[in-house]
Design a protein around this ligand. Structure first.
Ligand code: TMP
Length: 212
């Protein structure tokens, strides 16, 4: 049995995270690797129920600490029910968002102190972390324009205003600067085939080259 890996896709709205996650899953499966794709908030039965509380309704329905607690509750359920069991079986787990989103959205976006988020992380996630995080970066205006075409009623965060989205974009870039061994920033404004190639190159260089 090979060693499983945990890869997360991060970034603001409309960067094509789900598409590129799906494309990477195809490429890895093509190489014979077992892959599970998942998402946050969600990715397990209970976590998907918590997702509804987070992505629907009025932008101001939670204060930032309550909101962070809900994200970490969903995350803990996702890890315990889905991510950790899959990794233990040797699967490659690809997740559309993980804890960097809490730091960017609830921390940089809503002003919750970084140390509070780090404490919640220590309690619920421990010393586990992604092997690789791909941050799909693009200008806020472009991202919100692309996200607006999606519909589906899950638009609570999209309605939080331009300044909020600028703060979280800078937040993701700062997270990448602090974690150069784990994070790679890719320009999501580039044509999709180019972004796909950059995703593959990052996985090749950071994980497959060392996996043999
Ligand atoms: P999605 O649109 O990528 O499915 O994610 C749902 C929303 O949840 C998205 O707008 C970002 C937000 N979010 C947070 O605010 N904090 C978190 O920890 C996570 C995982 C997502």
């Amino acid at each position: 049995m090979g060693q499983g890996r945990f890869i997360t896709f991060e970034g603001g709205e409309g960067g094509g995270k789900s598409t590129h996650m799906r494309l990477l899953a195809e490429s890895l499966r093509g190489r014979g690797l077992p892959v599970v794709t998942t998402r946050e908030p969600g990715g397990a039965v209970g976590a998907e129920q918590i997702r509804h509380l987070l992505v629907e309704g009025e932008p101001g329905r939670w204060d930032s600490m309550t909101e962070a607690l809900l994200h970490f509750a969903a995350r803990r359920d996702h890890l315990v029910r889905t991510v950790w069991p899959a990794l233990a079986e040797g699967q490659w787990v690809l997740s559309d968002r993980f804890a960097d989103s809490t730091l960017a959205y609830q921390g940089y976006g809503h002003g919750l102190p970084v140390h509070a988020i780090e404490q919640l992380y220590d309690m619920t996630v421990g010393n586990f972390a992604p092997d690789l995080t791909l941050i799909l970066d693009l200008p806020v205006e472009e991202g919100l324009r692309r996200a607006a075409h999606r519909g589906g009623g899950e638009d609570r965060y999209e309605r939080m205003g331009r300044a909020f989205h600028e703060r979280l974009r800078q937040g993701f870039l700062e997270i990448a600067r602090h974690n150069p061994g784990r994070c790679v920033v890719l320009s999501a404004s580039a044509p999709a085939p180019e972004v796909r190639a950059q995703v593959l190159a990052a996985v090749e260089e950071r994980l497959l080259a060392s996996a043999g």
